[in-house]
Design a protein around this ligand. Structure first.
Ligand code: NAP
Length: 265
């Protein structure tokens, strides 16, 4: 299979107002890709448009902001309608929007579990189902799901988040097999800790709770690695040395990882 290229293609990117999604949009537009950029914060999407307009290598007409909550079926339909209105196939869907929560499962409410599963798993899965007809009409389409290393190895105090990313991982594997032999491929990208606004907007979590992690990548580095995986039609990529260590050590010796990650009170 030849490499996927962004030039003159059409993409949908969710979670475009900050972090990884924002960097993905900038890079795609710089490569002459038309991008429907989805997020709830209108001002942030306008700011992104403005930044692209002022840059030398991006055409702001190629950024189409779409304000809405991806868990809202109306927003999902608006995305489908926007693609249809452009009258061209959809070549790339990046399911990037995501949220987290930190704290013991026992102390949390059902609402935290529901919200994290809705945003991180149910909404991207349903949006994908709705966009599949448009993706199938492209000669070479990619669905890229932004998972997490925590969708390969779970850790304490992030149970809802881990569950949502395990769900995305499993669903990506199934979908990839279902679509094998078609023009649509599925790439799962699993970053580890990334510098973004992610930890500022945790759902129902103590504001002083810290995430324990070793090292972190800037969001733009994750975006660059994601686009490289898409270009090469990679089925799965795990980013960062720390992320690889966590995932592969768990595959080789799960009891050791269970012991290392035991929550000590
Ligand atoms: N940061 C990390 O350490 C890390 C590590 C591994 C994986 N990831 C994954 O990477 C992805 C991007 O995270 P990030 O680090 O770039 O975080 P971020 O800076 O907080 O960006 C999250 C994006 O998702 C959007 N979003 C959240 N809820 C939404 C909703 N209901 N509807 C529409 N958009 C929504 C936010 O925009 P609005 O608020 O404007 O809607 C924002 O644009 C997530 O899937 C996350 O799980 C992050």
């Amino acid at each position: 299979m030849t490499n996927w290229t962004p030039n003159r293609k059409l993409a949908v990117v969710t979670g475009a107002s900050s972090g990884i999604g924002r960097c993905l949009c900038k890079r795609l537009v710089q490569s002459q890709c038309q991008v429907i950029a989805v997020a709830r914060r209108r001002d942030r999407l306008e700011q992104l448009s403005q930044e692209i307009r002022e840059s030398v290598d991006g055409d702001s007409a190629n950024l189409i902001p779409l304000v809405g909550d991806i868990t809202d079926p109306e927003t999902q339909q608006q995305i489908v309608d926007r693609v249809e209105a452009l009258g061209r196939p959809l070549d790339l869907l990046i399911n990037n929007a995501g949220i987290g929560g930190i704290g013991a499962f026992e102390d949390a409410q059902l609402s935290r579990l529901r919200r994290i599963m809705e945003v991180n798993f149910i909404a991207p899965a349903e949006l994908t189902r709705r966009l599949l007809p448009a993706l199938r009409s492209s000669p070479d389409a990619v669905i890229c799901n932004i998972g997490s290393v925590l969708g390969h190895r779970a850790v304490p105090d992030k149970s809802e988040y881990c569950a949502s990313k395990f769900a995305m991982h499993g669903w990506s594997d199934s979908l990839r097999s279902e679509l094998a032999g078609t023009n649509v491929s599925v790439t799962l990208v699993s970053p580890s800790t990334t510098r973004s606004e992610f930890f500022d907007v945790l759902v129902e979590s103590d504001s002083d709770t810290q995430s324990k992690s070793i090292g972190s990548w800037p969001a733009d580095r994750v975006a660059a690695a994601t686009l490289s995986a898409i270009r090469r039609h990679r089925a799965e990529v795990i980013l960062s040395v720390g992320g690889k260590l966590l995932v592969y050590a768990d595959r080789i010796c799960p009891p050791l990882m269970n012991w290392l990650l035991r929550k000590r009170s």
